[in-house]
Write a protein that binds this ligand. Structure first.
Ligand code: G6P
Length: 609
């Protein structure tokens, strides 16, 4: 969703801000803008892509040594130029991520104080509120601090003023914001990837922090106004990790990066001879040793990873597990279990619903918390006692691919750790699982080699309006994920069902226009699955089967089969069966000509409820 970049430097910051916004495009947005202080405020805003903002800046020859920039994903007010950030009041300008919940009350108060509003946004109240206090103290830090104290909701804000041409003030609560440290230049951003071309040295702001940033100084104050030190991290990400290279789309690149991403994620485990709780944190043995159930809280693709893990945990570790959609959990009356392990899963680490669900779980006295996350120092990793970092690297495509398979890898390790702690693994099984994990990246590489066959299927999907995905057992969540991928990027309506449910409703939809994509691993349910497929064929449905090499389902006119190399892959099978579905949705989207990496209406980091 929205993105923030700010810079104060001795050089022209406009290219830095525009490149930063370009790097934040993946989060999803519908307008962009910047303000540069050069004598007075110079503001340029544009609906649509950062490229058009870049062209406008070039046309207007905007340049200067300090500025703030923003990509906006509309919440309050349509994606128009007047609603685009930065918003100005007097001589100061503000960019904002998050939602101000008391904006209506503040708006009427500020109108009463004589301010007039030029937009429908909640952000504009922040600009006027800071201006109100600035008139009294003539101090940007003081005014921002006072205004921030009155804001309810979530915010990350950047503020500049034409009276202070070397000063960038920022604040955060509920939305992420970090400071990038350069040499005689400093930056702010909502996401480290925006700053990678200029610095890898970053300082993450904590809840309620306000910072005063100059060319040579960075001063951070906590919510109580005390000057505080926040540690400096060196980001492991490099600027070119977020580049497309030879690929046509980030989604395609990220699908193909999965063997590398899994290798990196599993490194912590496969280098060892034994399963170790410490993979999840130094005190993990103590915490995990006490849990008697697992509750997963997640959204979207991460929720599907959670669903897979529930099957693994009950079968391998013998521990009750259930997965909840994070946005639902918070608002229902649940029965808290203080001995449950609360596991949040998130590629971004900042999904508002998941964060709120975690806080809700804690407020119910459930304090054994773990997050499986792709972003170190994210809100979720900081709010959880235990963490496991997936090492997928930046995922730019909105539709999650490598983040999902690395989440599954992390969840499988969790399963093994809990199984071991509960005495459910023999030493031989331990070795067997670690050996299987070691060969996973190679097997995945072999599955990627099936891309031409998957692409050939995709040609038949471009003119379809609906598709049905079937799976059974632990592969049912993979069917859900396949359906989600297809709808996200090709806009083909897709549903997923456990194959046994077919006869209880969805079979009524099956005819020659409804492709039925089926995951067919050679497991104990294969016989029953074959019967389910006969039910489809008997109604004229066309089958697309992704099968293990030895299941014995043969091609015919209306039965298309792609065979994964070798036989059944045991517990790791869902990870391998995911990849053809990712490739199918990618190629179907190419056939339809949709915007693969930035599907309409969707955002990569969903920081609002
Ligand atoms: C958005 C993204 C999805 C993602 C979901 C949950 O909808 O487009 O790809 O699965 O959020 O995000 P999280 O960062 O918590 O995994």
């Amino acid at each position: 969703m929205c993105g923030i970049v700010g810079a104060v430097a001795q050089r022209n910051v406009v290219p830095i801000l525009l490149e930063g916004l370009r790097r934040l495009e993946y989060r999803g947005y519908d307008s962009a803008g910047l303000v540069i202080i050069n004598g007075g405020l110079q503001r340029v805003r544009s609906i649509g892509r950062v490229a058009s903002l870049t062209a406008d800046c070039a046309a207007q020859q905007v340049h200067g040594h300090i500025g703030i920039a923003h990509t906006r994903w509309a919440t309050h007010g349509a994606p128009t130029e007047s609603n685009a950030h930065p918003h100005v009041s007097g001589g100061l300008a503000v960019v904002h991520n998050g939602i101000i919940e008391n904006h209506e009350e503040l708006r009427s108060r500020l109108k009463g104080a004589g301010f007039s509003f030029a937009s429908e946004t909640d952000t504009e109240v922040i600009a006027h509120l800071i201006e109100l206090y600035y008139r009294q103290s003539k101090d940007l830090l003081d005014a921002t601090r006072k205004a921030a104290a009155e804001l309810e909701g979530a915010y990350a804000i950047g503020v500049v003023s034409e009276d202070s041409p070397n000063r960038l003030v920022c604040a955060r609560k509920g939305s992420p914001l970090l400071i990038g440290l350069g040499i005689e230049e400093n930056f702010i951003a909502s996401d480290v990837s925006a700053l990678l071309p200029v610095t890898q040295r970053v300082m993450y702001l904590e809840e309620g922090d306000v910072a005063d940033i100059g060319l040579l100084s960075v001063n951070v104050f906590d919510a109580a106004g005390n000057k505080v030190d926040r540690s400096v991290h060196i980001s492991e990400l490099s600027a070119d990790m977020a580049e497309l290279g030879n690929y046509r789309h980030f989604m395609q690149k990220e699908i193909h990066e999965q063997p590398r991403a899994l290798t990196d994620t599993l490194l912590i485990a496969v280098a060892q001879d034994h399963i170790q709780p410490e993979w999840f944190g130094f005190d993990a043995a103590e915490i995990l040793g006490k849990v008697d159930a697992v509750t997963f809280l997640a959204c979207g693709t991460s929720f599907h990873a959670a669903k897979v893990a529930t099957y693994w945990l009950e079968e391998i570790a013998g521990i009750p597990a259930h997965a909840e959609v994070a946005s639902e959990y918070r608002y229902r009356t649940s029965v808290p279990n203080p001995n449950a392990l609360i596991v949040t899963i998130s590629q971004s680490g900042e999904t508002a619903d998941t964060l709120a669900a975690l806080n809700h779980a804690k407020s119910l006295g459930q304090d054994k918390t773990l997050t499986i996350c792709n972003v170190p120092e994210s809100a979720l990793t900081r709010a959880s006692r235990l963490k496991f970092l997936t090492r997928a690297g930046p995922e730019i495509g909105v539709a999650s691919t490598k983040a999902f398979t690395t989440q599954l890898a992390g969840l499988f390790l969790l399963t093994l750790v809990l199984a071991k702690l509960r005495g459910r693994l023999t030493p031989a099984q331990e070795v067997e699982h670690l050996t299987a994990l070691r060969s996973l990246p190679n097997k995945l590489q072999q599955v990627l080699a099936l891309e031409p066959e998957v692409e050939a299927w995709s040609h038949r999907f471009a003119n379809k309006n609906h598709a049905l995905f079937l799976g059974r057992g632990v592969h049912y969540p993979i069917a859900l994920e396949g359906a989600l991928k297809l709808k996200e990027i090709s806009y083909i309506h897709a549903e997923a069902y456990p194959a046994g449910e077919l006869k209880h409703g969805p079979l009524a939809l099956v005819d020659e226009d409804m492709p039925v994509i089926t995951i067919a691993p050679n497991d104990q349910l294969i016989g029953k699955l074959k019967s389910n497929l006969q039910e489809v064929r008997a109604r004229g449905g066309e089958l697309y089967v992704i099968a293990d090499g030895d299941v014995g389902i043969e091609e015919s006119e209306f039965v298309h089969v792609i065979k994964l190399p070798g036989g059944h892959n045991g517990a790791l099978s869902p990870i391998l069966h995911t990849v053809p579905l990712q490739m199918l949705s990618y190629h179907a989207a190419l056939q339809k000509g949709t915007d693969v990496d930035k599907p309409r209406n969707l955002a990569k980091s969903v920081t609002v409820e």
